[in-house]
Write a protein that binds this ligand. Sequence first.
Ligand code: BGC
Length: 256
Amino acid sequence: MLLEGRKAIVTGASSGIGKATALRLAAEGAQVCLNYYSDNDKPGAKQAVKEIAKAGGHAIALQADVGREDDVTRLVSRAASEFGGLDLLVNNAGIENQVALIEMPLATWERVLRTNLTGAFLCLREAAKLMIAAKSGVVVNVSSVHEFIPWPGYAHYCSSKGGLKLLMETAARELAPSGVRVVNVAPGAIMTPINERLLEHPKEEHTVEEEIPLGRMGSAEEVAGAIAWVASAEADYVTGTTLVVDGGMSLYPKFV
Ligand code: BGC
């Protein structure tokens, strides 16, 4: 097992990549705190906790809005006291919606930046305090190919993911002397609830697949596998970089 005895938080873990990651970390031997946002998300997180317990693992589910400072301090301190420490944070919580730039209300911009970037910063800051004291730890941010690919209609989302790239790189430098690694995992088009619209419109999905050299969308489990590896001791010399998990989407497949 890759993560025997590790103590982890996964944010936004009630569905999609977050949930698959929580299940995978637990299967690799980690204790996992599954964070979820609202009552609507609670059943997904609770169901994963049950599944982990049934397999003999240890997991808890905690509600928190990662964009709220008080919520994050509570989340991190509760998880750490439940597990007796914290050595792995997966900053996965993220939202997106399509809005033309000139029509984007400030509130929409702020909501996306607050969850995707400020949320990751707050969780990173609180987790890093514990990791520095313990002189070890790993932070994995689930970013996106949109940390470097511009996407019309998603200026707020791309800005949040681009921000996450330099947050990761800066934190990696700042925390390296304390034995803490910081890495991004950048998924491409993955079959998760965030892509429901695509999955419900096979024609659109087909267009997306043409943008992917491997010819298909990825699964949440494939991203979870990359996260588990990068979080493990197998990747002890990996920090300050982005592991892209996109079936080759970022290779300009239409450029001839
Ligand atoms: C977005 C998806 C999108 C994918 C590729 C991800 O970051 O969440 O909605 O399909 O990037 O464009």
